[in-house]
Design a protein around this ligand. Structure first.
Ligand code: AMP
Ligand code: MG
Length: 419
């Protein structure tokens, strides 16, 4: 399909969403991660492994029963019903003697979930498919060899890599680390992320705003996003729309691993961020993208000595700030954290009501994903535009509108970006 004309000529020179994202991803791939540190397991949650986690023994360490029932020789129960003699009981955590027994032809052993399957037996019949009278067990249903048993080392053999470095630690990774006996793990230290809000209208949240002032919410929403992404946010004082003050605070921000600026990147007379960064001889990779919200987003780097300091100038409208953080700041933060590149979390759902939009930009519209596992449905949240905090606080995803689409009808399948 031919690309549709962009809304105006300034916009048409800007990269598309996919192009801008690619620029960020390619840049992120050139960054070195922060150095590793050893942290206790739960303190490592949300950070990225700087080492592989390896199996210190076979997993499972013995052939493990996955059912409560009777350990049998499958050949003995190929025709049912059949009677076997129960020679032992083996529970999870069985002592050495109990687990060293051997099941001979015509015999079985009572066994519990998680217990070692004894020598001679090669399958487990669920207790529901048996009847017992004293030592005599009637098996009512056949099992194949290996059924209800996980062979020793089937999940991982001793020495095998169970989790590769570059993986972000979450509850399942914590479980693996615990299972291999790691009370401490090596993770990359949290990247320091400076957050600089700009704008003469802003006051901090502990001060009373004047009649034409608003509270600085972006520094806090960004700090929350940074923290949730494994970074250490450092909120700088609000910068007035004045080049001297901006320069001082931008310099301060560039001492961190990553600098996020909000506001001051649009086309207004007092949007000075780009101009001041240019005076630092910054390399600017893009000064906008064909997206909404967030069109004026700026991405670049400043060299300070041998190191390169990436920065993102995020548009000041609160929803734009949130969206552009996720689309463009997150991959940079991931790379600094040592994480492997992560795709954006897109999903598909059925549209709950019709809507109309304009072509030319990729749009990320606050929406609510609901419904059931059989039929997820999504609906736009009513909003007053990219400044609408109420709308975004009611949303749990963004509905992604491709630049060539105008009309959407109830029942069609659309893409959403999970937040
Ligand atoms: P700007 O990108 O500086 O042109 O700002 C766009 C809109 O976002 C304006 O309405 C600003 O008042 C608002 N805004 C800018 N920075 C912040 C902030 N830190 N917190 C809340 N709103 C902001
Ligand atoms: Mg401003």
């Amino acid at each position: 399909m031919m690309p549709l004309p962009a809304p105006n000529s300034i916009t048409s020179t800007l990269p598309s969403f996919a192009e801008a994202r690619r620029i960020v991803e390619d840049y992120a791939a050139t960054l070195s991660p922060t150095p590793p540190e050893l942290l206790s397991l739960l303190d490592a949650v949300g950070l990225v492994l700087a080492e592989d986690l390896c199996a210190d023994r076979d997993f499972p360490p013995f052939p493990r029963s996955t059912r409560d029932g009777f350990a049998v020789r499958a050949a003995d129960v190929s025709s049912v019903p059949t009677r076997l003699r129960c020679i032992a009981e083996i529970k999870a955590g069985a002592g050495v003697e109990e687990s060293a027994i051997a099941v001979a032809a015509g015999e079985c052993a009572e066994i519990m979930t998680g217990a070692p399957v004894p020598w001679g037996a090669d399958a487990v019949v669920m207790v529901e498919h048996t009847r017992r009278a004293g030592d005599e067990v009637t098996v009512q249903s056949s099992v194949a060899a290996g059924e209800n048993v996980v062979a020793q080392g089937a999940e991982a053999q001793r020495g095998a890599t169970m989790v590769v470095r570059g993986t972000r630690v979450h509850h399942a990774i914590v479980a693996v680390a615990a299972a291999v006996g790691r009370a401490e793990v090596s993770v990359h230290r949290r990247p320091r992320v400076a957050i600089l809000a700009t704008g003469d209208e802003l006051v901090d949240i502990n001060l009373p705003p004047g009649p034409t002032q608003i509270r600085n919410s972006n520094s806090y929403s960004l700090a929350a996003q940074v923290r949730a992404s494994g970074g250490r946010p450092q909120i700088l004082p609000v910068a007035h729309d004045e080049p001297g003050e901006l320069a001082v605070l931008l310099r301060k921000g560039l001492e961190s691993d990553l600098l996020l600026i909000t506001g001051g990147v649009s086309m207004g007379k007092y949007d000075l961020v780009e101009q001041v960064l240019a005076s630092f001889e910054a390399n600017i990779f893009f000064t906008g993208a064909r997206i909404q919200p967030g069109r004026p987003v700026v991405f670049g780097e400043v060299h300070s000595g041998a190191t390169r300091k990436p920065f993102l100038g995020l548009p000041g409208n609160p929803v734009s700030t949130m969206v552009t953080f996720q689309l463009f700041a997150r991959p940079v933060l991931d790379a600094l954290s040592g994480a492997k590149p992560q795709p954006l979390p897109f999903a598909q759902a059925m549209l709950k009501s019709d809507f109309v939009t304009r072509t030319g930009l990729t749009r990320f519209l606050p929406a609510r994903l609901e419904g059931t596992h059989e039929q997820p449905v999504v609906e736009l949240v009513r909003w007053q535009g990219s400044g609408d905090l109420m709308a975004v606080s009611r949303s749990n995803c963004y509905l992604v509108v491709p630049p060539d689409r105008e009309r959407f009808s109830v029942g069609e399948v659309v893409t959403v970006l999970m937040t």
